[in-house]
Write a protein that binds this ligand. Sequence first.
Ligand code: COA
Length: 316
Amino acid sequence: MATSRLLQAPGATITGWGVGLPDNIVTNADLAARLDTSDEWIVERSGIRERRIGGTSGSLAVEAGRAALKDAGVDPASVDLLLLATSTPDQQMPATASFVQDELGLSGGACDVNAACSGFVYALVAGYGMAALGAQRILVIGSDVMSRITDQEDRGTAVLFGDGAGAVVLEATDGAGQLLGWDLGSDGSTRHILYADHRAHTKMDGKEVFRRAVRVMVTSSVRALEAAGVAPADVKLVVPHQANVRIIEAACKRLEIPTERAALVLEHTGNTSAGSIPLALADAADAGRLDDGDIVLVVGFGAGMSWASAVLRWAR
Ligand code: COA
């Protein structure tokens, strides 16, 4: 984790990004028409106005991965490794990454990473680690179809989750690369507060998840920032897991980072689990919110509970 070690190893930089979202938009009004809920309640408690529903984790990952490779100008046949973060794999086995590798014509290894909503940041940090071991081009994707494991009759969860994917291409650099610090964590003793059994729907203690989410977002961010030797005030953009705008606001407040510096897409996507952070990163980058040299904090949390943070110095 120490910065000095990162500086000694070969690094990597994000050179392209892309997203995959289903066409089908489900608004709060659509949900209120069949559930005992309202647009007002959902917006006030979560910040979500609509979500996309449809596709498979594999198909959305292919869409996002293809767009990211095109954006980076990278030949799929030159990719050394695909890391696909998902907790809604298309099959029990093989890994959904096998399907994505075949569809995109990637060479090299391919595997899934499951750390629930923290999965993309776990895969991203692992991707930088693989660059330190000599991989030249790594495709990192987060993709989830949460609608498949959500009880659409349960107003407590159906209003929160959506489907989507985001991807980045990491390319090895001569110098130190972008990753300045990271923190990965897990507290498996709290796995009962958010889980989905095989062939069953997601069960969640919303209040408990909320409380712990704010706490781990803050502690993990602080650890990653300390490892990077960066003060919270120097963070130009926070890319948080898109679960609930109130969780993001509470964490930003405790970190003393203005909420205006957070990338937010959840209003239009809901919680897309492993898809959420790369979707928000791509949105911010496409909107011109990132310049070379900017400090970016990505921070995820989710079932497990798991959490993951990374501090990057943006460069393309
Ligand atoms: N529409 C209307 N009312 C709803 C509702 C809905 N969709 N869902 C729950 N309610 C009701 C509850 O039944 C409860 O009613 P009661 O007081 O009569 O029992 C009331 O609203 C308040 O529920 P509560 O759980 O106290 O609301 P909250 O302010 O904690 O917000 C969540 C609920 C789920 C939005 C919030 O707890 C949350 O976002 N938690 C984190 C979830 C999360 O991020 N999960 C993924 C992590 S990766």
